[in-house]
Ligand binder design. Structure first.
Ligand code: 5RP
Length: 233
């Protein structure tokens, strides 16, 4: 069952707690979204107070925020590794069935870089509020696709019993374009009984740059509430 809730206070607590895990002299992966933004701002305040870190942003949005709050930013191919990555999630499986701890990400269309940075990091921490948990994943899975591949990928998704929707930009008369110049198909598979199998099937579709299922990547989830933070390892 999906848990309702999720306030700005809960997001703030989760993000700020994760920021406290950033150690001096390290490289930190900077995720995307409103919960991670609290972590980025808190890291910026720590930098003001003398913390030395370099940030590897996962999106234009997180890069802009990092620059605004004074975090020195760098690129993945300019560092030897990433010590800690902090990122949000659209849905987190917490049931007892297959795929416990698996995430759906990509609400901001940044999941290709988010997965790369999270998978590279020695430790990948997800920040969330309780509304993000579900016994079984059922959130539509975003696929970043090469622009002229969106119709053939959509056909392949239907063959997997998914319902694809090309993501539209609300403010523009056209599709969302990712930081990598690609399009996003949001694919509704209903309840996902075997996320690992679906992830493998999606990865095999030609034209898919990356899908938003994160299987076996997360080390801990920091769950903020209105008065506390629970760390689930
Ligand atoms: C962006 C993401 C975000 O982390 C996800 O959408 C959660 O965002 P928020 O913290 O605003 O709920 O995957 O691609």
């Amino acid at each position: 069952m999906k848990t309702e809730g999720g306030s700005e206070e809960a997001k703030r607590r989760a993000g700020e707690r994760a920021a406290r895990a950033v150690e001096d002299g390290t490289v930190v992966g900077l995720g995307t979204g409103s919960t991670t933004a609290y972590a980025i701002r808190a890291i910026g305040r720590a930098v003001d107070e003398g913390l030395e870190v370099r940030g590897v942003p996962t999106s234009f949005q997180s890069r802009q925020l990092a620059l605004e709050v004074g975090i020195p930013v760098t690129e993945l191919d300019a560092v030897e590794g990433i010590d800690l990555a902090i990122d949000g999630a659209d849905q987190i499986a917490n049931g007892d069935g297959a795929g416990r701890g698996t995430l759906v990400k990509g609400g901001g269309g940044a999941h290709a870089r988010e997965k790369l940075v999270g998978a590279t990091a020695d430790r990948f921490v997800v920040v969330a509020d309780p509304s993000k948990f579900a016994d079984q994943l059922e959130h539509p899975v975003p696929l970043e696709v090469l622009p002229d591949a969106h119709t053939v990928v959509a056909d392949d998704v239907r063959e997997l019993s998914g319902e694809p929707t090309l993501r539209d930009a609300a403010a523009k008369d056209g599709p969302v374009v990712t930081d990598n110049g690609n399009l996003v198909l949001d694919c509704d598979f209903g309840p996902i009984s075997d996320p690992e199998e679906l992830a493998a099937d999606l990865a095999l579709i030609p034209g898919v740059v990356e899908h938003g299922l994160f299987v076996g990547l997360v080390d801990a989830v920091y769950v903020g509430t209105d008065d506390d933070v629970e760390v689930r390892e």
